[in-house]
Design a protein around this ligand. Structure first.
Ligand SMILES: Nc1ncnc2c1ncn2[C@@H]1O[C@H](COP(=O)(O)OP(=O)(O)OP(=O)(O)O)[C@@H](O)[C@H]1O
Ligand SMILES: [Mg+2]
Length: 350
């Protein structure tokens, strides 16, 4: 019965992989690949309680909404902070991912969460996905998914190391034989760099800029090592003294200064993980190197800077923003093989 059921299942139900990120949510549809990529933002009409936009459309509203509309980011530091908004966002994205190929039964889903989150935090992700229509929810730790996504040989008796730099969290992990040997989860990631830039502009130029502006600057001219030519960005904000709009020019040097402390924290955390890694595995990592994933991996010069300080080769994964989603896809394409990667179900204790 159950064998037959398993064979019939793909005909009446989809399998989805979801990277539920602080900054971006991606959905992988088994057999198709990544079908949805949207910023993790929801806009809500406070008068009616209705969701008016999800994803990019809602992100464009951040900081610009009239009184009765609010744009919220349902996840903070990698974990659910607004349960209802998370559920609404997932429902919308799950629906969109299935599109015309929607099936009778709700989808089975594999969802990535930061390594080391609490049971309560994991429960929130599961419940939100189930309320959003998922029939079964399997939870995998993001560094494992990211490592599978970039095709690191995590099941072999060889140590590999991945650093996933997202919007809310940095997941640092050393993996071997299908498990996490050492890991550290750091809540200093892309969002913190944006806040660093806001604080720097405020103290150096006495101007208040918005989060989106700060992120644009970071992506356009941000770097951690001085390049060959000077980069500039024109930035508009509110002069804190006159209260009026003012325009200034920021350089790559400004951004480096603004984010330097956070970057130091990142380097130190990776060093700490290396320092506690058992010697045999450490020698593997020194040979095979560290792979950077997540959007933060795109920060110019980060690979070089890490390699320089840690004396370990560092490479940026191809298409680092999709690593976790591709990893959930690898799992979905062979669910039986990868069962052991799922976090224990805590249903019995709920
Ligand atoms: N070119 C770039 N340079 C620097 N940072 C970038 C660049 N492109 C994207 N980012 C940053 O990457 C972050 C988003 O990455 P990603 O989508 O991997 O995060 P996430 O998975 O949503 O977050 P988390 O894993 O923490 O929950 C944002 O903070 C964004 O500003
Ligand atoms: Mg992520």
């Amino acid at each position: 019965m159950s064998k037959l059921f398993n064979r019939l299942l793909p005909l009446i139900s989809n399998d989805l992989g979801i990277d539920l990120g602080t900054a971006n949510t991606l959905v992988y549809l088994r057999g198709k690949g990544i079908v949805v990529t949207e910023p993790s933002v929801v806009a809500v009409n406070q008068k009616t309680g209705q969701v008016v936009a999800v994803g990019q459309a809602a992100k464009d509203m951040l900081g610009r909404t009239p009184g009765h509309l609010i744009a919220v980011r349902p996840l903070v530091d990698g974990v659910v902070s607004d349960f209802e908004a998370t559920e609404e966002m997932l429902a919308y994205l799950i629906n969109r991912a299935q599109g015309a190929s929607r099936q009778l039964l709700g989808p089975r889903t594999v969802i990535g969460v930061p390594a080391g989150i609490t049971n309560v935090e994991m429960r929130a992700v599961k419940d939100a996905a189930q309320n959003a229509g998922a029939r079964e929810v399997y939870i995998v730790e993001e560094p494992i998914a990211a490592a599978l996504g970039v095709r690191l040989p995590i099941r072999e008796a060889v140590g590999s190391m991945i650093v996933d730099i997202g919007g809310g969290t940095v997941d640092i992990a050393v993996l071997s034989l299908g498990g996490i040997v050492r890991a550290k989860n750091l809540r200093v990631a892309g969002d913190k760099l944006n806040r660093d830039i806001i604080a720097y502009v405020r103290s150096e130029f006495k101007i208040l800029i918005g989060e989106k502006t700060a992120e644009d600057v970071k992506m356009a001219i941000g770097s951690v090592i001085e390049g060959e030519s000077r980069l500039e960005a024109v930035v508009r904000g509110r002069d804190l003294i006159t209260g009026l709009p003012r325009e200034i020019i920021l350089t790559d040097q400004d951004v480096r200064e603004a984010i330097s402390q956070s970057i130091d924290t990142l380097i130190e955390s990776v060093r700490e993980v290396l320092e506690t890694t058992p010697p045999e595995i450490l020698s593997d990592v020194m040979r095979t190197g560290i792979t950077l994933a997540g959007g933060g991996a795109l920060l110019k010069g980060l690979d070089q800077l890490l390699a320089q300080w840690l004396k370990v080769p560092v490479t940026v994964a191809d298409d680092p923003l999709t690593a976790v989603a591709r990893g959930t896809g690898v799992i979905l394409e062979n669910l039986d093989l990868h069962q052991d990667l799922f976090l224990e179900n805590d249903d019995d204790y709920a």
